[in-house]
Design a protein around this ligand. Structure first.
Ligand code: AMP
Length: 340
C-alpha cells in the first residue's frame, strides 16, 4: 500500500535553476530532501543548508545513471528548466522514478507547431508566424531553434534585411520568423493544483537580458556607431507587479490553457507553468512561449510574492507550493493525481 506519511518520501531535484527554492520549500513542508550535484555546484547547495542528502555526479547529462538510487530512496523528483534541458525530452519521458507533473505535456511544449496549436486552441493571442521570408511586411524577430537564452536572434523589417541577417549569422538551419511585438515583456507564473482544482497566479517577472537591456544606456548615435547585434541572453529576473485590472484577463488565459491541455494529454497540465509574452500599448498580451514547469522568474519570490501574501499567511514560493501539493497528495492518498 502507498504510504500516507511524508517521512517515507524524499523530494529530489538537480542542483541548478530553481533548486534552492524547491529544496527550501520541501523542507518548510517537512520533507527530507535530496539534491543531485556536481563537484562544482555542491558548495552552493551545502552552503544554504536545506539538503539532507547529496548524490554527486560528474555531469548533469549523466543524471539517468543515478535514477535507480532515486527509486530505491522513494524520491519524488521535481523537474525544472535545467533538469529538462540536460536530460532531453526523450530521457524525461522514460524516467521511471516518481516525478511531479505531467510528462506528456512536455511534448506539446517542446514542439513549436504543437505548442502553437495548443495555445491557439486555448484562445490566446500569438504573434503571427511568417511561412516564408518573402511575406515579411513588418518588423519580425528571427529565432533559431535551440538558440541558448535568445542569443543569435535578429530583427528584420523586409525580405532583404532577412537575407542580410541570415548571411551575417552564417546559418540557415531551423528558424522561425515571428512578428515582432512592440511592447513590454511579461512572464506570468501560474500554479494549478489537480487536488484543489484551482488556478493561482503566484507572481510575475521580467527578464534582465544582455545586451537588449543595455543598449538603451548609450545615446542613439553611439548605438548606430557600435553596430551591436541585439541579443537576449538571460542574466537574471526582475520582480513585477501588474496593473490590477489586467488580472481577470490573465486568470482567464491561464484557466483556458489548463482546460485545453486536459483535452490534449491525460491528466493535462498541472503544477507550475508560465505564459511568456509581450503586452502591447493596447493591453493585448501576445504569448510567444509557454513553459510547462517552474520558471527561474519565480526565484525572486522565495519568501513569497505580493500575490501569494494575499492568499497565504506564510511565505509561499512556487517551490513550496509544489511541496504542499505533494504533501496533500500523499496525506490524502491521492499521490497518483500529482505524479506524471
Ligand atoms: P525567447 O527565447 O523566445 O524566450 O525570447 C527571448 C526574448 O526575446 C524575450 O524575452 C523577449 O524580450 C524577446 N521576444 C521574443 N519573442 C518576441 C516577439 N514576438 N516580439 C517581441 N519580442 C520578443
Amino acid at each position: 500500500m502507498t504510504s500516507t506519511n511524508i517521512q517515507d518520501y524524499k523530494i529530489a531535484t538537480m542542483g541548478s535553476h530553481t533548486a534552492l527554492q524547491i529544496l527550501k520549500g520541501a523542507k518548510d513542508e517537512g520533507f527530507q530532501t535530496l539534491c543531485v550535484v556536481t563537484p562544482k555546484t555542491r558548495p552552493v547547495y551545502e552552503h544554504y543548508g536545506m539538503v539532507d542528502e547529496f548524490i554527486e555526479i560528474d555531469h548533469y547529462k549523466n543524471f539517468c545513471e543515478i535514477e535507480q538510487q532515486l527509486i530505491d530512496k522513494n524520491c519524488i523528483a521535481i523537474p525544472h528548466g535545467s533538469f529538462v534541458s540536460y536530460l532531453g525530452h526523450e530521457c524525461m519521458k522514460n524516467l521511471k522514478c516518481m516525478h511531479y507533473g505531467t510528462k506528456g505535456i512536455l511534448e506539446w511544449e517542446s514542439d513549436r507547431a504543437m505548442e502553437r496549436k495548443w495555445l491557439l486552441k486555448a484562445g490566446l493571442k500569438l504573434p503571427k508566424i511568417f511561412k516564408s521570408p518573402e511575406e515579411i511586411d513588418r518588423a519580425v524577430i528571427i529565432k533559431f531553434h535551440g538558440a541558448k537564452g535568445g542569443s543569435g536572434y535578429f530583427i528584420a523589417n523586409n525580405p532583404k534585411e532577412f537575407y542580410e541577417g541570415l548571411a551575417k549569422y552564417g546559418r540557415d538551419d531551423d528558424y522561425v520568423i515571428q512578428e515582432y511585438i512592440v511592447g513590454v515583456p511579461m512572464y506570468v507564473h501560474y500554479f494549478y493544483s489537480p487536488l484543489t482544482k484551482e488556478l493561482e497566479i503566484m507572481s510575475f517577472d521580467k527578464r534582465y537580458e544582455s545586451n537588449a537591456d543595455s543598449i538603451g544606456r548609450i545615446a542613439a548615435r553611439d548605438q548606430l556607431a557600435a553596430d551591436i547585434q541585439t541579443s537576449y541572453t538571460i542574466t537574471g529576473n526582475i520582480p513585477l507587479v501588474v496593473r490590477e485590472s489586467l488580472l481577470p484577463m490573465l486568470y482567464e488565459m491561464g484557466e483556458n490553457t489548463v482546460k485545453t491541455s486536459q483535452d490534449l494529454v491525460g491528466k493535462g497540465l498541472f503544477g507550475p507553468f508560465c505564459l511568456e509574452g509581450i503586452m502591447d500599448t493596447n493591453l493585448n498580451f501576445y504569448v510567444f512561449e509557454i513553459s510547462a514547469r517552474i520558471v527561474a522568474g519565480t526565484n525572486p519570490f522565495i519568501n513569497g510574492s505580493p500575490y501569494t501574501a494575499l492568499r497565504y499567511d506564510e511565505p509561499m514560493s512556487t517551490g513550496r507550493r509544489m511541496a504542499r501539493d505533494i504533501k496533500q497528495g500523499i496525506e490524502s492518498g491521492q499521490l497518483d493525481k500529482i505524479l506524471g
